[in-house]
Design a protein around this ligand. Structure first.
Ligand SMILES: C[S@@+](CC[C@H](N)C(=O)[O-])C[C@H]1O[C@@H](n2cnc3c(N)ncnc32)[C@H](O)[C@@H]1O
Length: 631
């Protein structure tokens, strides 16, 4: 059991009962320094991968009785290149799935791993029990085969040095060295888990587990997750140190009604339920909250799927790894789930369900949706970037009224309870610009003496070209602007009066800044850069589309960005750093305190540069990944 490399990736498998969505709740319960980490029921080992993405762990043991699963992990660890070679060029199709499930006969461990991995990635909910292993792949929400190799390599990296075993849990727990931390995630007590796992669990196994944990409790630390059942809790009540209720939702099988889209009429009743789980520990965790996962209010709860034995179910949403470091899989719902929610919403608010797409495309509606959507994107990014033990990131107001001061996002330092308000803004449409030196600036250069006799030099470009021939160098200032003003100005008399009182300023001064934010309205602005390259010019539907100018295209090329990857480009700055100063006075026409009015410009500028092929903002802006500097 040598030390393992710290990696940043997710489980290689889709796995029923996987704890991906509960990772934040679980990680905050795991003690700070873990020398030896063990999962006796590792399955897809989502907590192992989350832990390694979060911190450095001494060494690890992953065990599961399912030998095919462990063989696949082992092949990924030891011969990932061979596995990738076998997978090369394979397509995710139902025909292939059926072939590898029913006909293909693997000849060795490598081929076994290849078959298992392929079926797992293309099966409904990752259920590998062959009776219930159905084709379930969705191009839109499953990891596509082209992305498998890179992900497998990251997984392989993380698995280096990990001890992978195929034993019964009892043998593992009894032989753990003293001081081991054990994350114990057995099959559920109540679920019909014969359907999920190749190795199922009997009532007697649950008792064996209780006994094994009890007799080793004096020398190891364990965190056990279970379904919240009185009968089960009774097994631990008398001797466990903490039994914490945790709530999250789970999804039960699609019914025939749902599949036949009858749910659109009947409101999809009965599909989602709230389940209760318990965390049972034999030590005092750092965090003792017994409530729902409030550090991650936006996260989609862990789905537990029960496949239908006769008809083949549709694919489900799965967590997908993202190529960017630190980023995590999408937590969006599958399409049916979204449909269900929208259907219920339409019924409740009397919206024509079939016209929703058209309604969403309405130019009055779409900009607002894009703004709110960015709040969700930013909240998700921030909760992935900031250490979960130190910060909680929430969307306190899901329905902000334009013009009020409720923060879009709130970042709370868990230890001090200090809160920071975050305002989310999009870059102004089509706001990318490049500033070349002005004629008067060029005329101040040394090279000007050499070219000023040329009488044909009239236009700015001509002067610049002539100067360049004489070795003139200058910096092109590349920038975007952020739309950072109130959509509902305080223009009326009483509005300005209230504003004046709020900020302790004169009514005139309030009027001069009727649509500006004040630096005290929030602490940090996060800005989505992408919109700067969108424009509605020339679009019949008046909706913005990705249309970078020639100059902008060059910038994006230099920084390796396209319309999709641009979505992840988010910058942040302190509001106080954006407020006017002696160097950058307020440009408000009627402002009486130009250098210290405290009002943020309506369109703060983000200067950009490309450093080592990456798009970087200049101070006071930072990339969102560095937000901790601003907190
Ligand atoms: C709830 S799953 C674990 C999920 C995992 N925590 C994850 O995030 O993917 C339970 C696992 O226990 C395994 N298992 C069942 N009986 C076992 C036994 N007697 N010893 C060890 N593992 C067993 C199953 O194969 C299954 O993979």
């Amino acid at each position: 059991m040598s030390g393992i490399k710290s990696g940043k990736t997710n489980s290689p498998f889709r796995y029923p009962g996987g704890k991906f969505y509960a990772r934040k709740l679980i990680l905050e319960m795991i003690p700070e320094n873990v020398d030896l980490y063990c999962e006796p029921f590792s399955g897809g080992a989502s907590i192992f991968f989350a832990l390694n993405a979060d911190r450095t762990v001494g060494s690890s043991i992953l065990n599961d009785l399912d030998s095919e699963l462990v063989n696949t992990m082992t092949v990924i660890r030891d011969e990932v290149d061979n596995l990738i070679e076998l997978l090369h060029g394979i397509e995710a199709t139902k025909e292939n799935h059926t072939f590898y499930k029913k006909e293909f006969k693997p000849k060795n461990n490598l081929e076994k791993a290849f078959r298992w991995y392929y079926l797992n990635r293309t099966s409904y909910s990752g259920i590998m029990n062959m009776k219930n292993c159905y084709w379930g792949y969705g191009e839109k929400y499953s990891m596509t085969p082209e992305r498998w190799p890179a992900h497998l390599r990251q997984v392989s990296d993380t698995l280096q040095g990990v001890n992978l075993t195929t034993k019964d849990f009892e043998q593992v727990i009894d032989n753990l060295p003293d001081g081991t931390f054990c994350f114990v995630d057995p099959p559920y007590f109540n679920a019909d888990q014969d359907k999920f796992y190749t190795c199922s669990f009997s009532d007697e196994d649950h008792l064996r587990l209780r006994d094994a944990l009890k007799r080793n409790a004096h020398r190891i630390k364990f965190l056990l997750t279970y379904d919240n059942t009185e009968e089960l809790i009774d097994l631990y009540r008398d001797w466990a140190t903490a039994i914490l209720d945790k709530e999250w939702n789970y999804t039960i099988a699609r019914t025939d009604d749902q599949k036949n889209s009858k749910m659109l009429k009947d409101g999809f009743k009965g599909k989602r339920s709230t389940g209760k789980e318990v965390f049972i520990l034999n030590y005092h965790p750092l965090v003792l909250s017994t409530s729902e996962d409030d550090s991650e209010p936006e996260s989609e709860p862990e789905p537990i799927q029960e496949p239908e034995p006769i008809q083949e179910p549709e694919p489900i949403q799965e967590p997908e790894p993202n190529p960017e470091p630190k980023s995590e899989p999408s937590e969006s719902k599958d399409e049916d789930e979204v449909c269900k929610d929208l259907s219920l919403l339409s019924q409740k608010y009397n919206i024509e369900f079939d016209r929703l797409p058209k309604i969403l495309r309405n130019p009055k509606v779409l900009p607002m949706i894009r703004g709110i959507s960015f709040e969700h994107t930013a909240q998700k990014s921030l909760s992935e970037i900031l250490p979960t033990k130190e910060y909680s990131v929430s969307l306190p107001n899901l329905n902000p009224q334009p013009g009020d001061h409720d923060p879009d996002i709130e970042i709370e330092k868990i230890r001090t309870k200090e809160k920071k308000k975050v305002e989310c803004k999009l870059a102004g449409g089509d706001s990318y610009s490049e500033k070349h030196p002005t004629i008067s600036e060029m005329k101040k250069s040394k090279a000007w003496k050499k070219v000023n006799h040329k009488s044909n030099l009239k236009k700015k470009e001509q002067i610049r070209e002539a100067l360049e021939e004489e070795g003139y160098e200058y910096e092109v200032v590349r920038s975007i602007k952020v739309k950072c003003h109130r959509s509902r100005p305080s223009n009326s008399g009483s509005g300005n009066k209230a504003k004046a009182e709020e900020y302790g300023i004169s009514t005139k001064q309030a009027k001069a800044h009727s649509d500006n934010y004040h630096e005290t309205d929030f602490d940090i602005v996060v800005a989505s850069a992408g919109n700067a390259f969108y424009s509605s010019a020339g679009n019949e539907d008046k909706l913005p589309s990705f249309q970078p100018s020639l100059e902008a295209k060059k910038l994006l090329e230099e920084s390796g960005l396209d319309s999709i990857s641009l979505n992840g480009v988010i910058f942040a700055a302190r509001s106080s750093d954006l407020a006017p100063s002696i160097k950058k006075p307020c440009t408000g026409k009627d402002c009486k305190k130009k250098t210290k009015c405290g009002f943020i410009p309506k369109n703060p500028v983000i200067e950009l540069e490309v450093v080592d092929g990456k798009l970087m903002p200049k101070a006071p802006w930072v990339k969102i990944g560095e937000i901790e500097k601003l907190l």
